[in-house]
Design a protein around this ligand. Structure first.
Ligand SMILES: [Fe+2]
Length: 672
């Protein structure tokens, strides 16, 4: 490494040794072949081409990189952030990139907006990384878990060892793509901090700063963008065409040799036998693959059946709620806790606690000592409230912050040691009044799954309804409606595009029923069927339900099953059984080409025929994942043109003839 001093304006520099991080993709890292690659490496070779200065770029561990620059083994250090301590012995160039530090978290964790919502969580970070210091300074209540490299950190996240981590944006994006975790992790919307990336030289070599700055200024912006596009714009872990070309070339080569060998030795027959054997092996391989795929499919069905069973439990609880209104609050809530623990066997203990008149009271517990807890005279402000159903790690530690030492010690002796808790907020019209919590024992190896979270949401919804009822002593009719509303809300949380859809379909259907002079009973059934007609969509994978592109045949078949699943769920409740069959047939068509039973004309129940018209109309005038809303005029003319094929002509006649009344009363929202 030689750098000759400045001679007037002429720089006579021969060689520069530049050192950078070996694990900061896509800026500077080492690829699988052990070569230093990345944006910085390419920028330095462009620098070299423009200035004639030879550059040797070394990517190494960060501590070693700092040691190399301090001991003079390197002239320049790249991928460095500015701080006051470093500025005492290093001279920095112009910054060349802005880097954001963000919180990344598992897709199923709700309500995380930044570090302030992460109290009690174990947050992963790279040892010695600035992001760890920033995280700790912004929220001292998080506990950090360190990993030696970014790669190990993201790997731990993929194995569910950590669910939340803090990291600089570019390497996080790179490794999430590498481990194919893009869909299973989200980043918080706000950045924790923003910092600039620099290059730096030792203070005793400060004149080099100008050489570096002017050298990089000489590189065309188009060249710089090309380099950034190469590393940022393109997914790094997609098909490597170079390798595929090599493999193909090798393959063709082998094929030629085999053919030559074959001709020369005239062993065609033997070759044919060999080929046949090979084909048989391939076939056997394909068969094994098919069997494996089938096994996966079967386990997916098992998962869904499990969820179906769990939803049925929630609905049966709703029935019990209606039947036994005399039961006390304690009795019913204990029952809910018991069922929740049964349906979410991952958890070992649980509790339902509420705040009343400034006091935090445990209504029922499983595993924890309720007498001891309620004797502690806990105050409302000590209760930690979560805004959404969330997984909270080591909850007890958070309690330590809100309680004095004495209370905390007694509290700890009354509860079992807990590893993590699934906590759901309980709400009434007064706001949030308590928590439903399920806990995994400290010694357990289990963790909560996304299915557990969905089921917990249903239980929390039901518990909130019950508490509301106790507050207001409503009539039985209201109770049923409240329960159905809770279920519909659950569904709307799940499907982004049905918000309010069910309620509007119910209102339109009810209006058609009135116009057709149907009995009060049928009109009531129209309204309820409208509310729950798509409840089976809860069992369709979210990925399919909110998909923006066209569905594959297989995906469409899955979507079609929502009618049968809705029927199964509702049929398990004596109260909702009557409308279950209307839900089953809401996608049948007048001409017999609908699903699931291909019924035609009068074979389809009148309620289902009316829901079909109301549903199609409402869907047309609403935005969907894959298209914008159609105009009201267009929707009416479409319904009319499908009279006798898709829809019952009698229903369409009433619907179209009373267009204005439908628009005026049938919809709570202004139609376009
Ligand atoms: Fe539907």
């Amino acid at each position: 490494m030689f750098l000759l001093p400045l001679v007037g304006d002429l720089v006579v520099a021969q060689e520069l040794v530049v050192v950078g991080d070996n694990s900061y993709p896509p800026y500077s890292f080492v690829n699988d072949q052990g070569e230093a690659v990345g944006i910085c490496v390419d920028l330095w070779s462009a620098f070299s081409a423009k200035t004639g200065i030879t550059v040797e770029y070394i990517a190494t561990e960060w501590s070693k990189a700092l040691e190399m620059i301090s001991t003079g083994k390197a002239d320049v250090v790249d991928t460095i952030f500015y701080d006051k301590e470093r500025a005492q012995w290093l001279a920095f160039t112009k910054p060349y990139a802005e880097i954001e530090v963000r919180v990344f978290f598992k897709e199923n964790l709700q309500g995380i907006t930044g570090l302030e919502t992460l109290s009690g969580f174990v947050v992963g970070a790279k040892r010695g990384d600035r992001s760890a210091e920033i995280a700790k300074s912004l929220n001292p209540n998080i506990s950090l878990r360190y990993f030696d490299s970014y790669e190990q950190l993201v790997k731990a996240a993929s194995e569910d060892t950590v669910r939340v981590f803090v990291m600089d944006m570019p390497p996080a994006q790179y490794y999430l793509a590498k481990f194919e975790l893009y869909d299973s992790f989200k980043s918080a919307s706000r950045a924790l901090s923003k910092q600039f990336l620099y290059r730096a030289v030792r203070k005793d070599n400060e004149s080099l700063v100008d050489i570096i700055n002017s050298g990089f200024d000489k590189i065309d912006t188009s060249e710089v963008s090309r380099i950034y596009e190469k590393w940022m714009g393109m997914p790094v872990f997609k098909v490597n065409w170079k390798y595929i070309f090599y493999i193909a070339a090798v393959f063709v080569g082998i094929l030629l040799v085999v053919m030559l060998w074959n001709t020369l030795l005239r062993r065609k027959i033997r070759q044919a036998v060999q080929n046949a054997k090979k084909q048989q092996e391939e076939l056997l391989g394909a068969y094994d693959q098919l069997r494996a795929a089938n096994f996966e499919l079967e386990s997916a069905y098992l998962e869904r059946d499990k969820l179906l069973g769990r939803l049925k439990t929630v609905i049966s609880l709703a029935d019990e709620l209606l039947e036994s209104r005399e039961s006390t609050q304690e009795q019913f809530l204990s029952h809910i806790l018991e069922k929740a623990l049964y349906e979410i066997p991952t958890a070992n203990y649980g509790s339902i606690s509420v705040t009343e008149g400034g006091v935090w009271k445990f209504v029922c517990t499983a595993g924890h000592n309720i007498e001891k807890l309620n004797k502690l005279n806990l105050k409302s402000h000590m209760m930690v409230l979560v805004p959404e159903v969330s997984v909270v790690e080591d909850w007890n530690k958070i309690n330590q912050v809100s309680m004095n030492q004495n209370t905390y010690e007694q509290f700890s002796s009354a509860v079992k040691p807990v590893k993590s808790s699934l906590v759901a907020p309980l709400r009434t019209d007064k706001g949030q009044i308590g928590n439903l919590a399920l806990d995994i024992a400290k010694e357990s190896k289990e963790i909560f799954s996304s299915n557990d979270i969905e089921v917990m949401r249903a239980f929390a919804s039901l518990t909130s309804v019950f508490l509301k009822l106790h507050e207001y002593e409503r009539t039985k009719k209201d109770i049923s409606e409240q329960i159905i509303f809770a279920m519909v809300r659950m569904m709307e949380l799940y499907d982004n595009y049905t918000k309010g859809h069910s309620m509007r379909v119910a209102k339109i259907a009810l209006e058609i029923g009135r116009l057709m002079n149907l009995s009060e009973h049928t009109i009531k059934n129209l309204y309820w069927t409208g509310l729950v007609h798509d409840i089976g969509k809860l069992l369709i994978p979210k990925r399919i339900l909110n998909k923006k592109d066209a569905l594959s045949d297989e995906e469409y078949e899955t979507v079609k099953k929502h009618t049968v699943w809705g029927y199964e769920v509702l049929n398990s409740s004596p109260i909702l059984r009557e409308i279950a069959v209307y839900v089953l047939h809401h996608h049948e068509r007048w001409d017999g080409t609908g699903y699931p039973d291909h019924l035609e004309k009068d074979q389809i129940e009148l309620v289902s025929r009316i829901i079909s018209v109301a549903d199609s109309f409402e869907a047309m005038v609403s935005d969907r994942a894959y298209r914008k809303a159609f105009s009201v005029e267009y929707a009416f003319s479409e319904i009319e043109s499908c009279s006798g094929s898709q829809f019952d002509p009698a229903v369409v006649r009433v619907f179209v003839y009373n267009k204005h009344r439908i628009l005026e009363r049938g919809s709570e929202r202004e139609l376009r």
